[in-house]
Design a protein around this ligand. Structure first.
Ligand SMILES: [Zn+2]
Ligand SMILES: [Zn+2]
Length: 340
């Protein structure tokens, strides 16, 4: 490579000498040669970058969702087939505050209507379905750190195409115990990559988690609030005065954690809180699923009771009739519920 460059340099010198005689021609030629060298060097940079990035991230050119090799590379590391089927929220009707997909024509969901959150608005890239859940599991528990970069491109896109205007980013912190156990904070890694893409600074340790809490997923909404009380603290209150802050997290479920942090920041003088997450649970769907489960449990309870009552009994004609009636009624209720 060195010899080649030297040769190029010699050529340049020779050309220079010749061009002293034909000045105008000379200038043009010199420009053209410089342009060629520049193109050559730029190609080398590109090649080197691809080489290093292949060494660092072996899965660099395979789809982060299905693992298939990508023939046409893109910043999202996603193959065309998966990209088409991703549960993007941007294509759906959402609550203007929490960003949850809603089916009604209302602009604000029931949840936000009943109690307005402390943050101004939240947006997410994906609806949290089983595919996205697998991805989140991978970077949360399997240490698949190569995922953060392509995912941050998805998030940056949402930032740029919505009304975000933040002064800096705050990732949702983990407690010290959790951090030691996992070795990294997935929200911080996402936020760092995002910060780089949208060119907005990140303040890593401005909000800290001072108390370990129970996993929110197992708790009811009222228990979640108690669980989170006094769990977070702001380390430098001056820094947040009159600032518009972007909270970044991987998944937003009911939003209790993010709302708790938002409340803290607003109470200490922040001007506005905006939220960006990779995924958002569809609250409508969750509510329906919960109702479904409760209903099915009720039916199973009834059937079990009937079974116990009649199992070891010789049934008279009248009793048989009653049982038949009861079963019919349960079946009808079930069918009606399924149709709703
Ligand atoms: Zn794929
Ligand atoms: Zn809402």
């Amino acid at each position: 490579m060195k010899d080649k460059n030297n040769n190029n340099f010699d050529n340049l010198k020779k050309q220079n000498h010749y061009l002293i005689i034909k000045k105008k021609e000379n200038d043009n030629k010199r420009k053209a040669t410089r342009k060629n060298i520049k193109i050559l060097l730029l190609t080398k940079i590109e090649k080197l970058r691809n080489f290093i990035s292949n060494q660092l991230y072996p899965s660099h050119f395979s789809c982060i969702f299905c693992g298939e090799e990508i023939t046409k590379h893109n910043q999202y590391n996603t193959c065309e087939k998966c990209y088409k089927n991703l549960p993007f929220i941007k294509n759906k009707q959402i609550c203007l505050i929490c960003g949850s997909p809603i089916k009604s024509l209302a602009e604000i969901c029931e949840h936000c209507y009943n109690k307005r959150p402390y943050y101004n608005f939240a947006r997410a890239v994906f609806e949290f379905d089983s595919e996205i859940s697998k991805l989140v599991q991978a970077f949360k528990y399997n240490n698949s750190k190569y995922l953060f970069k392509p995912l941050s491109f998805y998030m940056a896109n949402i930032y740029k195409n919505n009304d975000f205007n933040c002064d800096f980013i705050v990732p949702v912190p983990l407690s010290k115990e959790k951090y030691t156990e996992r070795g990294y904070n997935q929200s911080l890694l996402l936020a760092k990559q995002l910060s780089y893409r949208i060119n907005i600074p990140i303040k890593e340790n401005l909000v800290v988690k001072i108390r370990q809490t129970l996993s929110q997923t197992m708790l009811k909404s009222s228990e979640r609030k108690i669980n989170l009380e006094n769990a977070y603290e702001v380390t430098n209150r001056k820094e947040i005065k009159n600032k518009t802050i972007l909270i970044v997290d991987d998944v937003m479920t009911t939003g209790s954690t993010i709302n708790t942090i938002s409340k803290l920041l607003i109470n200490y003088g922040a001007k506005e809180i905006q939220v960006l997450t990779l995924a958002k649970t569809n609250l409508y769907k969750t509510k329906k699923e919960t109702q479904n489960k409760q209903f099915l449990n009720l039916i199973f309870d009834k059937l079990e009771k009937l079974e116990i009552k009649y199992k070891n009994k010789r049934l008279k004609r009248k009793e048989l009739k009653t049982l038949n009636k009861q079963l019919k009624s349960i079946k009808e209720k079930y069918e009606k519920h399924i149709k709703e």
